[in-house]
Write a protein that binds this ligand. Structure first.
Ligand code: ADP
Ligand code: MG
Length: 322
């Protein structure tokens, strides 16, 4: 490497991160020393992005930096945790400083927005891979888990679903999207917005939550399985963006909304007696809030159009090993 490993860590990571008062020791020693608030649980999550699997090798590095942190913050949001720290493992084929500078711009801009300090990591040579562990705080009894959905709970979702999946399908040449919709859809794929605020506000209100990474239907399936319940969804109510609706016919738009991956929206369930409060909070959100169905006692996921006729889903969500 043209630049030494230690100079690289210093220049691109140690000097770029913000400093939090709960970090006793950050980058530069054998371990970071971190202070967890006494009354809170430490929420920990890890996600890896590999070139050629999770992003195109020639993807804009700034977007890669943003997304690799965003998908982890999205997991924190899904348990209602407040972000605090991150560690970063970076495998680089070479010390490409142009790539690193772009990556850091994306990573640290997002980290600063959510007050996240980079406290350590590992840097090696190897096929381009980014692995991030994010840490946050949540009072244990308020954590949003997957196992709390009960029959009668209303199913809510933030934002719009299917956009990132459509952008990916277009990148693979499976669909053509008109030029006017490309910037929006590409942005939805490359720069997901972690719904941290929504996760925090849903503490103590949502009975279950998950972030949608592998498609709404599959991820709702995880809540249903863990909660021992089923659900009925209204196909007409799925929140599709104007771009998605313009690119696909009604049936295909519903399939994209249910199976497209990489949405990073929050999917959650709300008991009837807390619904009014969630609606009041959601009225202030900077993203859409949509109620798309209801939890039922009978296991399985059922769909219907508003007129009562059933909708049959044929595709399914993303599975790395399928
Ligand atoms: P060690 O050999 O003791 O594991 P390293 O030489 O790998 O330490 O790392 C030196 C310091 O730099 C450590 O504090 C480590 O956490 C930090 N570090 C290394 N790579 C990264 C990275 N990609 N991002 C943030 N911190 C890093
Ligand atoms: Mg060491």
């Amino acid at each position: 490497m043209a630049i030494s490993e230690f100079a690289l860590i210093q220049r691109y990571f140690a000097e770029r991160t913000l400093q939090r008062p709960d970090v006793a020791l950050g980058i530069g020693d054998d371990c970071a020393l971190l202070r967890v608030p006494v009354d809170q649980a430490l929420a920990v999550t890890l996600d890896t992005l590999t070139a050629g699997v999770h992003f195109f090798p020639d993807a804009d590095p700034e977007g890669v930096g943003h997304k690799s942190l965003a998908v982890n913050l999205s997991d924190l949001a899904a348990v209602g945790a407040e972000p605090a720290w991150a560690t970063l493992t970076l495998a680089l084929p070479e010390a490409d400083e142009v790539w690193l500078a772009g990556f850091c711009r994306g990573f640290f801009t997002l980290a600063a927005r959510f007050g996240v300090q980079l406290v350590g990591g590992d840097t090696t040579r190897g096929p381009l891979t980014i692995s991030i562990q994010a840490h946050g705080f949540v009072p244990e009894r308020l954590a949003l888990r997957r196992d709390g959905a009960r029959p009668g709970d209303i199913i809510g979702v933030t934002g719009a679903v299917g956009d990132a999946g459509l952008a990916l399908a277009a990148a693979y040449g499976r669909v053509t999207i008109p030029a006017v919709h490309r910037p929006y859809l590409q942005d939805r794929l490359e720069r997901p917005e972690p719904r941290i605020r929504q996760g925090l506000e849903l503490r103590g209100l949502a009975s279950a939550a998950i972030d949608i990474s592998d498609g709404l239907a599959q991820d709702l399936g995880h809540i249903l399985e863990r909660s021992g319940a089923g659900a009925r969804l209204s196909a007409d109510r799925l929140p599709c963006s104007a771009a998605l609706a313009a690119c696909l016919d009604r049936e295909a738009a519903v399939t994209a909304a249910l199976t497209g991956g990489d949405d990073y929206e929050l999917l959650f369930t709300v008991p009837d007696q807390r619904l009014a409060q969630v609606r009041r909070l959601a009225a202030d959100w900077d993203c859409r809030y949509t109620e798309i169905g209801v939890i039922e006692p009978v296991p399985g996921l059922r769909y219907q159009w508003e007129d009562g006729t059933p909708y049959r889903l044929t595709g399914h969500g993303y599975d790395h090993f399928a």
